[in-house]
Design a binder for this molecule. Structure first.
Ligand code: HEC
Length: 162
């Protein structure tokens, strides 16, 4: 099979982006050798759900229900002990500001970002963008799915101004 130069250079740049954090495993390019015309998401092998809601343990839509103040209070405690060193409400710190997150991202996306930051930074287009902007990969904070849900409830509280 002969690939036109143009496709080859596209694959090369995709490989460079995929390895942008310096510890890519260098085997980029194989996934895109079949179809050069599909979009970046298909190139990366992401489903529509993953593209919108992130890569990780959350693989189907969540039901959020009414705001739960006790759940949010537990989320706040966890946030303060495990996240506040890098995240402020209004301003960029080591990581992005928290305020407005629930308006910009789906709850499933936030959960996947909290639970699977490594794959998000390496394999998801939004995660890759953030990694380039913040120059690091957020370290997993050893939170359970339940704790991540409590943190998201706290984020909801912030954005509702409650
Ligand atoms: C050591 C610093 C650090 C800690 C601790 C940390 N984060 Fe992050 N976080 C980051 C960085 C940096 C990013 C940007 C994404 C990237 O580069 O990996 C980020 C991104 C995020 C995002 C995605 C924001 C967006 O715009 O989509 C969420 C959500 C998030 N962090 C939540 C948390 C939560 C919740 C905790 C605690 C359980 C936490 N982070 C702990 C550094 C940190």
């Amino acid at each position: 099979m002969r690939l036109p130069v143009i496709i080859f250079s596209f694959m090369l740049s995709a490989t460079l982006i995929a390895c942008g954090n310096g510890n890519g495993n260098g085997n980029g390019g194989d996934a895109s050798s079949r179809s050069a015309s599909s979009g970046a998401a298909q190139e990366a092998g992401l489903s529509d759900f993953e593209l919108e809601h992130g890569i990780g343990p959350i693989t189907s839509p969540m039901t959020m229900g009414d705001f739960d103040i006790e759940m949010a209070a537990r989320g706040q405690d966890i946030f303060e002990s495990k996240c506040a060193a890098c995240h402020q409400m209004e301003n960029r710190l080591v990581g992005p500001p928290i305020e407005g997150l629930t308006e910009r991202r789906s709850p499933e996306f936030l959960m996947n970002m909290i639970l699977n930051p490594n794959d998000m930074a390496r394999k998801h287009p939004e995660g890759q963008k953030m990694m380039q902007e913040y120059m690091m990969v957020m370290p997993f904070q050893n939170v359970s799915e339940n704790e991540a849900r409590e943190i998201v409830e706290y984020f909801r509280q912030i954005d509702k101004g409650l």
